[in-house]
Every structure is written in C-alpha cells, then in structure tokens.
Write a protein that binds this ligand. Structure first.
Ligand code: NAG
Ligand code: NAG
Ligand code: ZN
Length: 399
C-alpha cells in the first residue's frame, strides 16, 4: 500500500479538527506538513486529543476550566492538529489511579482494575515470575509491577502458604544466614521490588534487617506485610520502604508512628481487606477499629499513606478488583484523612514513593493516564466512582 493513499485522510482530519476545536488548528502549517517526508507526516497523525473546558486536579486543588492535550501516550502542550476534541463540560480530570496492593490472577482482573480508572498497580506476591510477567506490558490495560516471592520463615503461617503453593522449600528464608542466597535467587527472577512477611512466629528482627539491607544494596525497594501491631514494630525497625496492612489486634502507638515518619517510611493500610477479614467473624483478637485507628495515628504523625486494597479472589477475605479501590478511598476518609490527602494517596504519593517520575500528576510530558469524573472528589470522595472516561497511556478505554 502506498503512503499517498492516506493523504486525503490526513487532510480531512486536519480540516475537521480545525472546526471541532474552534479554529485552534494552525492552518498556515498544514501545507508544510503535507509537503514533508512520509515519516514526518506519520508523526502528525498520531492521535492527539484535546479536552476542553476541563477542571484539572493539580495535586493540590481543582483548577478552573482549561484545556488538556493528550499527545500520543503523553500529556502535551500544543492543541493544534488535534485528531479528537472533547468538551468536558466542566468535569474533573484526575491522574490515573495507582493501586498499591492488588493480586490479579487473570486478564479479566486487569480489565476490571482498568475499567475503574486504575492505570498502574503493584502485585505484592509472585509465586512464579513468569506468571506475573504475563500480566505486564499490555497496551490499554493497567500497567503492572510485581514483587518477589514473599520472604517467609519456616514454621510461619505464610511459610506454609508459600510451601503448599509451590512445594519448594528453597523459596523460604531459613534464617539470617540464608538471606544472601534467597536474595540472589529472587533477584535473578527480576522482580520490580522485594516483599517480606513480618509475623509471629516468623522471621527474627535480624533476618528482616538483613533482607532489607541486602535488597537496598541492589537498589530494590522493599515492602513488608504486617497485619498486627508487633509486626508493625518489626517492619519499622527493619527500615523497609513500605509497611502494608494495618493491625487487626491493637492499634499502633504514637512511638511507632513517629519512628515510621522519621525514617521516611510509608504505609499502605489496605483497609478493604482488613474489613473483609474482620467481617469473617474468625475467633481471636480481630477488630477493624484497630486498623482504622492505626491509619489515624500514622496520618496525624505525618506518615504518607498510599491507597491499596489487597484485591484478590484467592483467600477467604475476598476483595473485588477495581471497585474496592473506590471503597478504600472512602474508608480512608472515614478513618480521618481529608479528601485531598486521600486523592494524593491514590495518585501523586504512590508515584513518588514507588519511584515513578513519569506519572501521578497531570503535567506536560507525563504519561497520559487520566480519569475524567463527574463530581468533585474534594467535596465528596465517592465522586471518584462517577467515571466518564479513562485513558491509559493516551489510549481511551472502552468501558
Ligand atoms: C499446608 O498444608 C498442610 C498439609 O496439608 C496443612 O496442614 C497446612 O494447614 C497448610 N498450610 C497452609 C498455610 O495452608
Ligand atoms: C543457618 O543457621 C541454621 C541455624 O540457625 C542452621 O540450621 C543452618 O544449617 C544454617 N544454614 C547455613 C546455610 O549455614
Ligand atoms: Zn496482599
């Protein structure tokens, strides 16, 4: 097929968008576009979407109506030569949501996350690296990052889970003298980050410290499962980057909150799964109120909180993919956070603390991961559920 066959289409697009965008298209540049080499013309044909009359959440506030340009897979600045123009009618544009804790097990789960506005997600346990890798890099779907196998101790609850699921005792960390071997094997799987489990019975403090130190020396971020108050103390002492879950036994104290804050650690409370656990009615000290109070204590100490749900359909405490993220934001507000900090927990803060400079805010050059919503989530957080349109790296999702 010859390139010239496409020229009439190019002309038609430029002409129609000049009208649709209210004459923003710079007509004087059109002839030169048509006279350039095919490669250059192709460049101007990449999708450029102009969203007008849109109120942008800039990470602090919701701005008066303005224009946003989606230029290919990033946010652009130049509204000319648009291929599509959208009048947002004053709707609010948010950065795509970042889900810091979800366990998708199928493409359908990824689709469900994406349909709910989640454009980046972190899978915090990978029993087989090829399985998790299969969920990465899908165009038009949530951008996935995955952990190592969780570092578990023999004789611990999660050690039993890892061994029963894999039949491979080498995946467990035998003790402090075994952390070097375990890390070497896990790093050869090329996980995006390392996952530890703190629990009783479980790893000694020395083993946790050694795993964190070893992972950091290889430039890997470390997150730690900690679902009770003793584990929160262990995780904070070990200097992991992120503490996931909140205690169901008793709330954390201010001393731990201050330590976590002073060490620059962040917390991913996963209130959704804590609530689901509490609702199972298991015997023992399981109180959702302890989890919610811990969030409040961390928040008041200034600890950054990230939104994550533990979405899964594997354990008894099931949490749905995608819809639970919006419920999590509501639970964080209920626990005492203000709506601005909750929106930041879903966007800019996870980008910062997971180490991504290319997303989390709406700004020129960032990935065009965007969610257009009907209401004002700063006034009522449940407005995040009123999704009108979603773009993942510039590609609009068919909902
Ligand atoms: C692992 O399997 C053993 C033997 O079937 C069982 O007793 C144990 O409860 C299992 N552990 C977990 C955590 O599922
Ligand atoms: C590590 O120490 C434990 C005892 O704590 C011992 O049983 C094991 O053999 C040691 N492993 C290695 C690789 O030295
Ligand atoms: Zn989890």
């Amino acid at each position: 097929m010859h390139f010239n066959q496409f020229l009439p289409l190019v002309v038609a697009l430029l002409t129609s968008t000049a009208k649709a965008c209210g004459g923003h298209t710079d007509l004087s540049s059109s002839p030169s576009v048509l006279n350039t080499e095919p490669r250059a013309v192709k460049h101007t044909c990449k999708p450029k979407i102009v969203i007008q009359n849109v109120r942008i959440f800039d990470g602090q506030t919701i701005l008066p109506p303005s224009t946003v340009v989606i230029d290919g897979h990033v946010i652009g600045t130049d509204p000319t030569h648009a291929t599509e123009c959208i009048d947002a009618d004053g709707a609010v544009l948010l950065p795509g949501f970042i889900e810091s804790h979800a366990h998708p097990g199928s493409i359908a789960h990824l689709e469900s996350l994406t349909r709910h506005g989640i454009t980046t997600a972190f899978q915090p346990a990978c029993f087989a690296p090829q399985h998790c890798a299969a969920f990465q890099g899908h165009r038009g779907l949530v951008d996935m990052y995955h952990a190592s196998v969780p570092a578990t101790a023999p004789g611990s609850l999660h050690g039993g889970i890892v061994f029963n699921a894999t039949g491979n005792a080498d995946l467990l960390v035998q003790g402090q003298n075994d952390t070097g071997r375990w890390l070497r094997e896990q790093l050869s799987w090329q996980p995006d980050f390392i996952k530890l489990i703190a629990q009783t019975p479980g790893h000694s403090q020395e083993t946790l410290n050694s795993l964190v130190e070893g992972a950091h020396s290889h430039g890997k971020k470390v997150i730690c499962h900690a679902a009770d108050s003793i584990s929160h103390t262990q995780a904070s002492i070990s200097k992991v980057d992120q503490i996931h879950h909140t205690p169901l036994d008793s709330p954390i104290g201010e001393t731990i909150a201050r330590l976590v804050f002073s060490q620059g650690q962040v917390v991913v409370p996963t209130l959704s799964v804590m609530k689901a656990f509490a609702e199972l009615g298991l015997p023992g000290q399981i109180k959702y109120a302890a989890a919610a109070e811990s969030v409040r204590t961390y928040y008041e100490a200034g600890v950054p909180i990230l939104a994550g749900t533990d979405a899964n359909d594997e354990i008894a405490a099931k949490v749905p993919f995608g819809s639970s993220f919006h419920a999590e934001l509501e639970l964080l507000v209920e626990a005492g956070m203000n709506t601005l900090d909750v929106l930041r927990a879903a966007t800019a803060l996870p980008a910062e603390h997971w180490g991504f400079e290319d997303r989390g805010v709406i700004a020129a050059g960032k990935r065009a991961d965007l969610v257009l919503v009907g209401g004002n989530p700063l006034e009522d957080i449940s407005a995040t559920r009123d999704i009108l349109r979603i773009w993942v790296a510039g590609e609009e999702i068919d909902r």
